[in-house]
Design a protein around this ligand. Structure first.
Ligand SMILES: [Mg+2]
Length: 332
């Protein structure tokens, strides 16, 4: 009989005080790290429900994970495979990564080229953009200030950097009138360098209408996680954004990626502000399943520490299991 073992850890690390999720300031990022072992192999996963976005809380995720691990251990006696169906998205994702590492099905190599994220001050973009190799692509959060200001900034950047491509994210914050106001300030000759604008309006139909009227391509993000969503080719829809912590198991994410590719759309792997452990796994998933697409993983610098594994090129301090910011969860 093969022996299995597992450990569960809870981490809590400080984050940049400017980080706002929907209507709340996030002061610390908290989550779980799971380690599973079987014979000589081990696998790690991160389970970190994102406040304001995940349906499950950290406590709910912790309970469910503990129960699954117990069953997983028991399943070895019958050589059973334990399913991830019905688990919360963050739990299914973290456990599926740990299983993939255990089985060696997740490649080691990661895609660490990310689209630098700008929360408002466009001057912050010049340095990271100058360092980028290949495709120059940046992401700007829009919809937090005046729509005409957002339009002016996007247009100015596209004007100033002729090989720049932009991804914009409005998080469904605009009325059709505000979205039109944004577009009014982006010169028609610059619009094709907007790779996509994520979810400009409150409804999918309003967003489709905006894309049709302006010629600015859009992408689905929030929609991807809605029950009635189906991946399909549509005019002006360039991509779907996949945030695995909010979507579910690696297999579910891979299914979505394959459906998007079959429709001629990009699939963009994106972060839910995981620690460096989860983030480096997302970079490996991106490398393996969405090669040649810059992932949306520029969130590490919101944190003060990395956990266990270092992001390529980052000099943020890495903490290990001895840190007081990580605590083992007692399991029975
Ligand atoms: Mg988005």
């Amino acid at each position: 009989m093969t022996t299995r073992s597992y450990n569960l850890y809870r981490y809590s690390i400080p984050v940049d005080s400017q980080l706002i999720l929907r209507n709340r300031f996030l002061k610390r990022r908290e989550g779980l790290l799971v380690r599973i072992q079987c014979k000589d192999s081990e696998g790690w996963g991160e389970i970190a429900p994102l406040p304001e976005f995940s349906e499950e809380t950290l406590e709910m995720a912790e309970k469910q994970t503990a129960l699954w691990l117990k069953k997983w251990d028991e399943a070895r006696a019958n050589n059973e495979k334990l399913s991830l169906d019905g688990l919360y998205p963050s739990v299914a994702f973290g456990l599926s990564c740990a299983l993939a590492e255990l089985k060696g099905t997740l490649g080691e190599q990661g895609n660490y080229q990310v689209a630098p994220l700008c929360y408002g001050d466009p001057d912050e973009l010049y340095e990271p953009l100058n360092k980028m190799q290949g495709e120059k692509v940046a992401k700007i959060k829009v919809g937090m200030y005046e729509a005409n200001r957002d339009g002016l900034i996007a247009d100015m950047l596209l004007e100033a950097i002729p090989d720049l491509h932009l991804r914009l994210d409005a998080n469904r914050s605009w009325t059709p009138a505000k979205a039109a106001m944004f577009a009014k300030y982006v010169k028609p000759e610059h619009r094709s360098r907007i790779q996509f604008l994520e979810e400009p309006c409150k409804t999918r139909d309003e967003s489709r209408q905006f894309a049709q009227e302006t010629g600015i391509a859009i992408a689905w993000d929030e929609s991807v996680r809605e029950a009635d969503f189906v991946v399909q080719a549509e005019p002006n829809v360039a991509a779907i954004v996949i945030k695995p912590t909010l979507v579910g198991s690696l297999q579910k994410c891979v299914d979505l990626i394959e459906q998007a590719h079959a429709c001629g759309m990009k699939a963009v792997i994106s972060s839910s502000i995981e620690s460096s452990l989860g983030l480096t796994q997302l970079a490996r998933i991106a490398q393996q399943y969405t090669p040649n697409v810059t992932a949306g993983l520029d969130t590490l610098n919101l944190m003060e520490h990395q956990i266990l594994r270092a992001w390529q090129g980052s000099d943020l301090p890495v903490i290990d299991l001895n840190s007081e910011l990580i605590e083992e969860v007692a399991l029975n």
